[in-house]
Design a protein around this ligand. Structure first.
Ligand SMILES: Cc1ncc(C[n+]2csc(CCOP(=O)(O)OP(=O)(O)O)c2C)c(N)n1
Ligand code: SF4
Ligand SMILES: [Mg+2]
Length: 274
């Protein structure tokens, strides 16, 4: 750690968040500032990239480079940015719908590619921005206006998918503990390769019962598994409100093709034209 000493407040952009009062995403915003301060990351050396959703508004509120992209497309933008600017600390951030539903394909391949970025998924088990439709992580029996008796579809095991696809660091955290969350985000940033931190982040408007998470979440009970098999078992069997790190892998991060081994663009154009 060599950078200038900074305070969490240095990472506030000055844009006033328009999330509902009590939304869990405030805790995530606070934790990002604390994590950046702990790692002494200069605002001009960080970028936060998102898609669309309440959670995906977060780049506007962080004093760093930001990109508010298309729904589901945070990850390819974040990975491309990191390959082009390896000196930047790159976070991708979004909701359970943005990342796991419309962005699900990108999610799988981001885990597989293992570019050195950190993904924060603010999981409220609902589409908050579009007023409460079920998301991939909504419980099968949860009643919404579209599905009064629930969808009868089991929720996605996103941590298990991340592990199977090759993510190098996999954790679950809780937005109601910004100090603990800041430690987890800082650790995920420091770990090389693709890191997933799935953050239980209540939607107090469309899932008011999630306010109970404050006392229901089992904090930091998951510990890194010694084998990928054990990590997969934990992802499948441990309680869905248990938090902690379940996997720290040692895959080398993907840094892009070696320019020396590639073909020059001019040669390719010449060959194509011939
Ligand atoms: C291509 C496209 N399809 C659908 C939408 C509508 N839409 C906006 S946000 C969203 C889901 C947001 O849910 P989530 O990612 O869980 O974020 P939250 O609002 O819960 O934080 C949807 C379906 C859109 N903006 N673009
Ligand atoms: S609708 Fe839900 S997720 Fe969106 S800002 Fe309000 S509480 Fe947060
Ligand atoms: Mg959501």
């Amino acid at each position: 750690m060599t950078g200038e000493i900074r305070k969490p407040a240095d990472y506030k952009s000055g844009v006033h968040p328009i999330w509902c009062p009590g939304c869990g995403d405030y805790g995530v915003l606070s934790a990002i500032g604390k994590a950046f301060a702990r790692l002494r990351i200069a605002p001009e050396n960080a970028a936060v990239v998102s898609g669309i959703g309440c959670a995906a508004r977060i780049p506007a509120y962080v004093n760093a480079y930001g990109f508010h992209g298309l729904h589901g497309r945070a990850l390819p933008i974040a990975a491309g940015l990191k390959l082009a600017r390896p000196d930047l600390t790159v976070l991708a951030a979004g909701g359970d719908g943005d990342i796991y539903s419309i962005g699900g394909n990108h999610f799988i391949h981001a885990c597989r590619r293992n570019v050195d970025i950190t993904l924060l998924v603010m999981d409220n088990r609902i589409y908050g921005m579009t007023k409460g439709q079920p998301s991939p992580t909504t419980e099968a029996s949860f009643s919404t206006r579209l599905y009064p008796e629930g969808t009868h579809i089991p929720p996605l095991n996103a941590l298990g998918i991340a592990l199977s696809a090759g993510a190098n660091y996999v954790a679950r955290a809780f937005s109601g503990d910004p100090n603990g969350l800041a430690d987890e985000i800082a650790e995920a940033i420091r770990h090389p390769g693709f890191s997933l931190v799935e953050i239980l982040s209540p939607c107090v408007t469309f899932r008011p019962s999630q306010k109970q998470w404050k006392r229901q979440v089992q904090r930091n009970v998951l510990k890194p598994a010694a084998t990928i098999g054990e990590a997969l078992r934990m992802a499948a069997e441990e309680p869905q409100l248990a938090t902690g790190v379940i996997w720290k892998g040692d895959r080398p991060a993907y840094t892009g093709p070696d320019p020396a081994a590639g073909r020059a663009l001019d040669d390719l154009l010449e060959e194509f034209a011939a």
